[in-house]
Structures are given as C-alpha cells and as structure tokens.
Design a protein around this ligand. Structure first.
Ligand code: DMJ
Length: 577
C-alpha cells in the first residue's frame, strides 16, 4: 500500500530546485512563495498565521513607549490581567532583565562568561545578600519592639531612649537606601515625615546628634534627592547652634533642642576634643546646601582655634578642651582612641571635602601622623604586630582601643588622595593588627580594648583585661577593611570581613530579631548578651560590610564622597567651590 500523500514535505521538492537551475528573479520568488503557501495544509497555515499574530500583539503590548500611550496611569495589576499568558512571560523576562541591569553585577557576569570570574561574582552576590539578611534581621527586631525609639533592646524585646529622636531609624536610613531595601526605607521615610519632630524639650549630645542625625539626614538627602531630609537636617542643625554660645566659642557638649539652651556636663566645663572637632563635615555641608554661612563659620572657628593651641605634642592633641578658656586641659595624655580619635580623621576628611585646598588641615594631619610614628607606634611580641599605644605624661602604655581601628582606613584614604605611599604601608600593617584583635579571641570578635605584649618571650600578642572584654558591634575594623579592599583589591580583606560577619551572626544575633552587644568575647559558650543594639550597627557596621563585599567602585566612589565618622557619605565639593 502506498502511504497517503504527505503535503507537508512536498514543499521540499519544488519544481526547479531539483533541476539544478537557479532562478532568482523577483517574480519567480513571489510565485514560488505563493506556491509554497498553497501547498501547506490548512492546519499549518492556521498555525503560522496564529504565531505571527501573537508575536505582533506581544511586541506591541510589551513595548513601553507604545503601551504608555494607551495605558495612561492604569495599575500594574490591571496591566497584568489584560495581557495574554505568553505575552506575560515575555514581559516578565523583560522586567527581570531590567531589574538585573546596572549597577554592574549581572552585566559583568554576562560579559565575562569566564568560569572562575563567574564563581567569584556569585560569591560576591551571596555575601551581599548575607549582609542584607543581617540588616533585615536587625530591622525586624527594631520594628517589632522599638519602632521610632532610639535603640533596640533585643533580649528583653524592648527599647532604650537616649534623645528620644528615633536614633536607630535615622542612622539606618541611608544604609537601607544603599542596600536597596526599598520597602523598609519607605516605611522609615513615612515615620520621618509624619512622626519625627525636633521641637522637644530634650538634652542631646552635640557630637552624637550631629554625626548620627544631621549626618544621616544630609546623606539621605544626597542619595535620594528628597527635600524632606534636607528640611529636617536644617531644622536639627539650627537647633544645635546654641551649643556654640560659649565664652571661647568651643561648643558645649549638650544642647536642649526644644529650649535653645546649651551646657557642659554637670561635673565639668570641659568638652571632649574629638567631639568639638568632629562635627565639621556636617555643618560645613549644611552651609553649602542652605547657603547660610553661620553653620560653617561656627565649626571652622573651632578648627582655627584648635590649630593654634598650645599643649600638643608633635601634632598629637590632648583629650579635653575647656569651653570657658578655650585651652586644652588634662595635658600630657595622648591617644588615638576614645576622646581624640575622630579629630585626626576629620582633619583629613575636611581637607578632602573642601577640594584639598585648606592646607592648615593637611599640615595638622601630616604632623599628627609624624607624632603617632614618633610616640605611639610600637611592635608587639611575639608576632611583631604594629600597634598604636597611648602616652601619659611621657609614659608609654601598650593599650589600644578598638576605636583606633579607624586609622588603617583613614591612612589608606589619604594615600588614595595623594599622600605618601608609606601611609598605605602603615595602613596595611595596622589592618593586620586590627584583624588579629578579632582572630585571637575565642569568639573571633574583638574586645573593646586590648593591651599588647612587648616583652620578648610573650606567649600571645594580645592581653585583654576583664573589664575590657565587651564588644559593642562597633564598625571601625570593618570600615578599614572596606577602604583597604577598595584600594588594594586584595581578597584577604574581604575574607577577614566575611569571617567577622559570621562571628557576629554566631554570637550576637538574637533569634527573635536584632543583634546584641556582648560582655565577653573570650567565652564562646556564654558571651553574655548585654541587651542593646547600638544604632551604629545599622548605620555603620552593616553598611561597611556591604561596601566591602561589593565590587562596584561606583557604589559611593571615594573620589566623589567622603564618609563622616558615622559612615554617612557626604559629597566632596565640586572644585569651583
Ligand atoms: C560611632 O558613633 C562613630 O563611629 C564614632 O566616631 C565612634 N563611635 C561609634 C562607633 O564605634
């Protein structure tokens, strides 16, 4: 029996083709196409017509410029239900592609197509996601038990108030923006616009509220362009100004932002040197944005006075300054830790912020570094770790606060901005030391203060006194790791950071939400939670983790931004200014 005639492959044996005569004239082609079409079965023709029609409809429906015209402002849901399924698939793919687009990671993934690079980038993505998870977990606790309050107390599922201004929420705003946590950011923004009021009879610390609140609002304004944050920044900045009404113009430590009065602490008329010299980036930026020179004038005057003061040793400053006399007090004690730390940081950063023109700032910074090398820099035993100790009336103490770990990052930033390459070398050495302050502890987390051994034959480099064994989730080491990785691309810095993040997760994460500071970094069995999540954990520590794990140099480029001491990025001023 002959098989039934199969018209579907008749088209492959068209007249002329087998003859070996190649005829390419237009008429022949038109006829041949028509003939081919006629030879198709009805089913085949319908299938082809349907496919062509479907492609046309999908093409139009998923082209934004065309649909925009017809859709007007119809909701996404409406749009979803009005499209046929295959179109939805196409549209979903387009949206996913749009979502994946820049900034960089996916694009680089596709471009390289190289297995090991792809693997590296996959790991980068996982680490970034781990930081976002940590943030979400911290935020969960804050949202549930401390919403709108200053600090979460995650163990007791409650909160603590310091200024009563939603400190954690404001400190975390730009972190949420940078981590692309849109929902969380929007909720927080609503709170800022509807609940946050500075018209309150409360005493706030000038330094803390400047770096966390004013700094946080200014950077969020820059990232989002939303004037809500600039208005709030102007409000708090103006309310802090009474602090400068002192006989010496060196500001008081405390201000009542409701009454417009300011005062020193009850027990002294001194202010801390770091506090009065680490509010400049923020007030200067506020003047630039508002074109109101009063803010900058007030903080510049402080710097000019400190620049000329007697009582420094090789550029190192004492820890206290009197608000009446304007002179340093408690002379002869020098540290790069608590009460002096960010003085050094802000010398460099103001110089960068202002376009590297204010030479007095640079001179003071360079001189101070010479002072550090001459008086405070030593090596430990047995591993010869470079560390920065303290000086008390000529006597050296091998004590180093974790706070000093801002220094490797600052040194590296200076080298990046053209200061001597030896600053980078010192940065690398100190970075290793700061990492060892974590690695040599049983929990892998650094204590608040360490003492380095300097005697030959010591067993370990680091000693920790009982009272210094706590960890407050501080950022300085992670901050420096970020700078070092950005500038050197040496993966070990990222690996160290990853190790530290895992240890925070292991020993400080509270299952019901939030992270807690701990009392004892030497006891992995019972690190003894303190029941407090500092606002800087969200404002700084997690932000620096994220930046450390990101390979996108344009994510807050260090040629365009300078971070204040609470990790809030502020723009480097355009040269014209
Ligand atoms: C933060 O408020 C700032 O980083 C400040 O400069 C030092 N103390 C905490 C973090 O440790």
């Amino acid at each position: 029996m002959n098989p039934p005639s199969r018209t579907d492959f008749v088209s492959l044996t068209l007249t002329g083709q087998g003859s070996g005569i190649y005829n390419n004239n237009k008429q022949w082609r038109r006829q041949s196409c028509w003939r081919k079409w006629k030879l198709l079965s009805r089913l085949q023709r319908n299938l082809i017509l349907f496919t062509v029609a479907l492609m046309l409809v999908c093409g139009i429906a998923t082209n934004p410029s065309v649909t925009e015209h017809f859709r007007g402002k119809s909701s996404k849901t409406m749009e979803f239900f009005s499209l046929p399924l295959p179109c939805l698939f196409l549209q979903k793919q387009k949206r996913a592609a749009h979502k994946r687009g820049p900034p960089g990671l996916q694009n680089r993934l596709q471009k390289k197509g190289n297995v090991s690079d792809t693997q590296v980038e996959k790991e980068e993505g996982e680490k970034l996601e781990a930081v976002r998870d940590a943030f979400r977990h911290a935020w969960k606790g804050y949202k549930e038990f401390a919403w709108g309050k200053d600090e979460l107390r995650p163990m007791s599922k409650s909160y603590g108030e310091w200024f009563g201004l939603g400190l954690t929420l404001i400190d975390a705003l730009d972190t949420m923006w940078i981590l692309n946590l849109k929902k969380e950011f929007e909720e927080a923004k609503t709170w800022v616009s509807t609940e946050l009021s500075f018209d309150k009879d409360v005493d706030v610390n000038l330094f803390e509220s400047t770096i966390r609140i004013l700094g946080g609002l200014l950077s969020t304004y820059h990232l989002t362009g939303d004037t809500l944050f600039l208005d709030k920044a102007k409000d708090i900045g103006t309310r802090l100004m009474p602090a400068f009404n002192t006989p010496s113009k060196i500001p008081y430590s405390d201000v009542n932002i409701g009454k417009g009065t300011a005062h020193p602490p009850r027990w002294t008329s001194d202010s801390t040197v770091a506090e009065v010299t680490s509010i400049q980036l923020e007030f200067r930026e506020l003047s630039r944005l508002t074109q109101d020179t009063r803010y900058q004038a007030a903080v510049d005057e402080v710097m000019q006075k400190v620049h000329k003061l007697e009582g420094k040793q090789d550029g190192l400053v004492p820890m206290f300054i009197n608000t009446n006399s304007g002179q340093f007090t408690h002379l002869g004690m020098f540290t790069l830790g608590a009460r002096a730390d960010s003085y050094y940081e802000y010398l460099l950063k103001q110089w960068i912020q202002g376009g590297k023109k204010e030479t007095a700032l640079l001179e003071d910074y360079l001189q101070a570094l010479e002072g550090v090398k001459k008086n405070l820099l030593k090596k430990s035993s047995p591993n010869r770790l470079t560390f920065v100790g303290e000086l008390s009336h000529g006597r050296f103490s091998p004590k180093m606060d974790h706070l000093v770990c801002f220094l490797p990052g600052t040194l590296a930033l200076g080298a990046h901005h053209g200061l001597p390459a030896e600053h980078m070398e010192l940065a690398k050495q100190l970075m290793e030391t700061c990492y060892q302050m974590y690695a040599q502890m049983e929990t892998g987390l650094s204590p608040e203060i360490v003492h380095f051994n300097m005697h030959e034959g010591s067993i370990g480099d680091v000693d920790v006194k009982l009272a210094d064994r706590h960890n407050l989730l501080r950022p300085e080491t992670v901050e420096s790791l970020f700078y070092l990785y950005r500038f050197t691309k040496d993966r070990k810095y990222r690996d160290w950071g990853w190790e530290i993040l895992q240890n925070f997760n292991k020993y400080t994460k509270v299952s019901t939400g939030g992270y807690t500071s701990i009392n004892n970094v030497r006891d992995p069995e019972y690190p003894s939670p303190r029941d407090k999540m500092e606002s800087f954990f969200l404002g700084e520590t997690l932000k620096y983790f994220y930046l450390l794990f990101s390979d996108d140099p344009e994510l807050l480029s260090l040629d365009k931004y300078v971070f204040n001491t609470e990790a809030h990025p502020l723009p480097i001023w355009p040269t014209a200014q």
